[in-house]
Design a protein around this ligand. Structure first.
Ligand code: AMP
Length: 582
């Protein structure tokens, strides 16, 4: 597709005055060496620890009594931790981890709701030099098993309300030795390696010597979905904090007195890079809300807690839009200074809607699990271009390349790629080095997205270059859902696609062929939907199921999702020469 075919939204609501002069100056002056100066190194260019920089550094200095974490429970209860208290809590938890034998490099997962232990636990894991793997609390047993098994996790933090989903698959996880029970729980079962977080930390020392991790030591891993196979663990290093700290300043515009609210769950990279590391490495007070989405509650939080910087996602914004303009009128949100959004394309209408409500534009930015930090953003003082992801962050060199790896001129659609070398670039896919290697071509990291760049250097998202589904900001691999579907006793085979959706960008749609002897019915559809929801995750189940007699496959037996999609959406079917049957 050429530039002429690409839809450009009307810009009349905004005065678009890209500050090319200033922007280019900033880019020219920026280098990662200077960004390193803002951090506490054990040994410059060699050893650094994320948790030390996020917590202890402030606790040991003039920010000791500043609030680091302001936690709000779903029931409205609140807990406040200063950086000094966070240091003590994370030290106690680090001592717990040492006590049960966690060593540097061990993978320790967190399967928790957004309770304070999730944040404290992540920092404690980093303090001992282990690798933290946060999981969505919405995950079902299959999703948990895939991740713990692949990573060889030795320990997991969980809580009473979630434990049964882990227990369903525990016998298939021989590497998992320790289960750290947070909150209220029944007596721990020592035979299952269970220990009580509260009991051990109450007796633990608030002192701890942080591991002097090297820049290359692994820090956090997030599982992300691809077109084929199970999700893969993208692994980051302690070095990543260099990018996360500086981009939190550039793109989120964080300043000393901000009250910052990131709505992302730490199961997603946004919830760790910018729900912990970005704000805390800058000594910022951050708010965590453990409850779910509700327009009144969300607006109320902004007003009551005087949120100044808010980082959220397009689906949430569209849901706020749907709730209507009368709801926000009840709240005074003049405290908000800067709003950002990530995870899916932010449609121009959402920006136009938000302008009078929040008295400012919502700033879209682009990045992904593998990049570890924001790469492209609409950011101050640059004017927002509604519909565009913005321009590259200083220090980041993206490009649009063709399938051979050659850079393409402005206006041409191609593969969005980035020159490797920024500090938070992922280091590997756990145990899948060849898959990692396949993401590089001709000196570029291939993001898997299609985009184009305009003459002023703004990037415009077109879509994914693969079959990965983006539903409300969650990447869902069709293979994962297909695997869960065929576990249902009535399902013979299944093909899964993303179907465009106004609110969630895409929904998961499944085409299902039943085994002989099973009749199609609405009840069976619902049963299959629930089956996948309970096994996999609340965000990954097929909202729509269509029964079919058989699925289109290539001669080598691969389901042709592209064809399913084209037929579903009435698009041209393209090359079907390898099609075997339907
Ligand atoms: P994840 O790794 O789960 O964070 O997902 C990253 C993917 O989400 C990207 O590769 C894009 O496909 C999509 N994405 C993230 N931010 C944006 C954005 N601002 N506009 C369009 N797509 C986005």
């Amino acid at each position: 597709m050429g530039a002429e075919a690409i839809h450009k939204p009307a810009l009349d609501q905004f005065s678009v005055q890209p500050i090319i002069g200033d922007y280019e100056e900033t880019c020219k002056d920026f280098d990662w060496e200077t960004a390193k100066d803002a951090l506490d190194w054990f040994e410059r260019d060699q050893s650094i620890n994320i948790a030390h920089n996020c917590i202890d550094r402030h606790a040991n200095g003039k920010l000791a009594d500043k609030v680091g974490l302001h936690w709000i429970g779903g029931d409205g209860s609140e807990k406040i931790y200063t950086f000094k208290q966070l240091k003590e809590e994370t030290n106690r938890c680090a001592n717990l981890l040492k006590q049960i034998g966690i060593a540097k490099g061990d993978r320790v997962f967190l399967f928790l709701n957004r309770i304070p232990e999730l944040y404290i636990g992540t920092m404690a894991i980093l303090k001992v030099g282990a690798v933290a793997g946060p999981l969505f609390s919405a995950f079902g047993p299959d999703a948990i098993k895939d991740r713990l098994e692949d990573s060889g996790a030795v320990a997991i933090f969980t809580e009473a309300s979630l434990k049964s989903r882990l227990e369903d698959v525990r016998s298939e996880l021989p590497d998992l030795k320790h289960v750290i029970l947070c909150g209220e729980h029944d007596a721990p079962d020592a035979a299952k390696g269970e220990v009580s977080y509260n009991e051990i930390t109450a007796a633990a020392s608030p002192e701890f010597e942080v591991e002097r991790t090297s820049i290359d030591d692994y820090s956090i891993m997030h599982y992300t979905s691809g077109t084929t196979g199970k999700p893969k663990g993208a692994v980051h290093r302690h070095n990543s904090i260099i990018s996360q700290k500086s981009t939190a300043q550039f793109a989120l515009d964080l300043q000393d007195n901000d009250i910052y609210w990131c709505t992302a769950d730490p199961g997603w990279v946004t919830g760790t890079s910018y729900g912990m590391i970005g704000p805390w490495s800058n000594g910022i007070t951050q708010l965590v809300y453990a409850g779910g989405f509700d327009p009144d509650t969300w607006y109320g939080i902004i007003e009551k807690h005087q949120v100044t910087v808010w980082y959220t996602a397009p689906t949430a914004i569209r849901m706020l839009m749907k709730a209507g303009d009368e709801v926000p009128k009840k709240y005074d949100m003049t405290c908000l200074r800067h709003i950002c959004s990530v995870g899916e394309p932010l449609n121009p209408e959402a920006i136009v809607w938000g302008k009078p409500i929040f008295n400012q534009a919502i700033h879209d930015n682009w990045w992904q699990t593998e990049t570890g930090c924001i790469m492209i953003a609409n950011y101050p003082p640059m004017e927002v271009r509604p519909g565009s992801m913005g321009r590259p962050i200083p220090g980041i060199q993206p490009g649009i390349i063709d399938d051979e790896g050659n850079e393409m001129p402005p206006g041409q659609e191609g593969n969005l790629a980035v020159r490797p070398g920024w500090p938070s670039m992922f280091q590997t896919y756990w145990n899948k080095q060849s898959m990692y290697d396949s993401r590089f071509q001709n000196g570029w990291y291939l993001t898997g997205d299609r985009a184009y760049k305009d003459e002023d250097g703004y990037y415009w998202f077109i879509g994914r270059s693969d079959d990965v589904i983006n539903t409300a900001g969650h990447l869902v691999g069709p293979f994962e859902v297909e695997s869960a579907l065929v576990e249902h006793p009535a399902v013979a085979e299944a093909g899964v696609i993303g179907k465009p959706d106004k609110e969630r960008m895409e929904i998961v749609k499944a085409f299902v062929a039943l085994k002989d002897g099973h009749e199609t019915s609405d009840e069976l559809k619902e049963e299959i939907r629930l089956f996948v929801r309970n096994r996999l995750a609340a965000h990954a189940y097929p909202r729509e199921i269509q029964f079919v007699d058989s699925l289109p496959k290539t001669r080598s037996g691969k389901i042709m999702r592209r064809l399913l999609k084209a037929r579903d959406q009435g698009l041209p079917e393209g090359d079907t020469s390898t099609l075997e049957e339907f």
